[in-house]
Design a protein around this ligand. Structure first.
Ligand code: OGA
Ligand code: NI
Length: 396
């Protein structure tokens, strides 16, 4: 089949846009009705085009009700304590020399991928200055005068560079305490002039490292799945980058809301850097586990598509970000999404991983269907898994 490039190109935009829409979707099974005019409050907030930061700048002492999350949702799981809940650390030192060292790293990654779905990476080759400069430039962008940012404020799916406050799509759902600048590199490419000058140089340098680390990870993940080392790279399922540059303003009533609600990521791999404030937590054994900032480390986690691709070998784990009195907190999450070419093909569990003992857990589908699903279910999707479970069949 000849892939219709225009359609496939559109799909990559859809994929990238869907990350923005759903990566922090408000998974809120408890809210069905709210006792205020939700639509009006969302509209007013949206029309100001000054984001969550704008509310804080205006000096609000109580958070608007649109941002209030039900206490039973916030407190549903306790926070775990102690060394038993420290994230696995993957040390990449010497991995390029291959041999026994590489096998060791592959084994450690395989274990972390299967048992945790989250791990931190050290000795990844990204200079500390580059990471710091990226975080600083994102702070600079979000702190530009409102009128300088206004033209980039939109929820339009086709825009490769935009900022907004990730407002919930479903009526009645609460908003959360963050603003996001989203920058999409389709097939690893974006004209740098599209990026606001406040963070252009830094983002363009940072993405090159993200691509390098992603390529290395693709190789190590392939091996950890028992596949040829170039398998995932050749599939191109991680060959577009959607970068969410997040700004969580100081929150006057942090116990009433969340920076990012409980969610799993939708795509394949997320590589995250964060400043020193912390607040990120992952859900493990029905407890929240803190993921504290480690200055040089990258945090990696899988999205739902990697769990599907690996036929449940690698797990996509839910996480959230607490709101805090201190702020702003800055983090940058780089989501790997498919290339234009890969987006035009049906997708499902890797055939080599399907055996009689372990049949396909998911059916094959087109990415378009997957992201359309998120789009329509919006904020209420906890995970798309159950709707894509089924025997493997081609839907063309
Ligand atoms: C995300 C996310 C965590 C953070 O963007 O999907 O989970 O620390 N971010 O900002
Ligand atoms: Ni996330």
């Amino acid at each position: 089949m000849v892939v219709d490039l225009a359609v496939a190109g559109w799909m990559v935009v859809l994929l990238a846009a869907a990350v923005l829409l759903t990566h922090a979707s408000a998974t809120n099974p408890f809210i069905s009705n709210v006792d205020f005019d939700w639509v009006k409050e969302v509209k007013e907030f949206d029309e100001r085009k000054t984001g969550v930061k704008g509310l804080v700048d205006a000096g609000v002492k109580e958070i608007p009700r649109l941002f209030v999350h039900p206490q039973e949702v916030i407190d549903r799981y306790p926070t775990a304590k102690g060394a038993a809940v420290e994230l696995p650390v993957i040390d990449l030192i010497g991995v390029e020399s291959g041999g026994a060292r590489q096998r060791e790293v592959v084994e450690a990654i395989g274990k972390a991928a299967r048992e945790w779905g989250f791990f931190s990476i050290i000795n990844h080759g990204i200079p500390l200055e580059t990471m710091k400069a990226m975080l600083e430039s994102i702070k600079r962008f979000h702190e530009l005068p409102d009128e300088e940012k206004e033209s980039l404020y939109t929820y339009e799916r086709s825009k490769l560079v935009k900022w907004n406050s990730n407002l919930p799509a479903q009526k009645g759902d609460p908003a959360f305490g963050m603003d996001v600048l989203n920058v999409v590199y389709t097939n690893d490419h974006l004209d740098p002039n599209e990026i606001p000058s406040a963070c252009r140089k830094e983002t363009d340098e940072y993405v090159k490292y993200m691509i390098e680390v992603r390529e290395l990870m693709a190789e190590l993940f392939s091996e950890a799945l028992g596949l040829p080392s170039d398998y995932l790279s050749k599939m191109e399922c991680m060959k577009s980058q959607s970068i969410s540059c997040l700004y969580y303003p100081a929150c006057p009533e942090p116990h009433k809301t969340l920076g990012a609600p409980k969610h799993s990521d939708t795509t394949f791999l997320t590589l995250l850097i964060q400043d020193t404030l912390g607040g990120l937590q992952m859900l493990r054994d029905k407890q929240w586990v803190d993921i504290p900032p480690v200055p040089r480390a990258l945090i990696a986690n899988f999205g739902d598509l990697m769990q599907i691709l690996s036929n449940d070998e690698f797990i996509s784990v839910e996480h959230r970000v607490l709101s805090q009195l201190a702020g702003p907190r800055i983090s940058v999450a780089t989501f790997s999404t498919p290339s234009t070419r890969a987006a035009g093909k049906p997708f499902g569990p890797i055939k080599e991983l399907i055996t009689n003992e372990k049949p396909a857990v998911y059916r094959d589908f087109m990415f378009e269907e997957y992201f359309q699903y998120y789009k329509t279910k919006g904020a209420r999707v906890e995970s798309a898994f159950e709707d894509f479970i089924g025997s493997s069949c081609m839907i063309m």
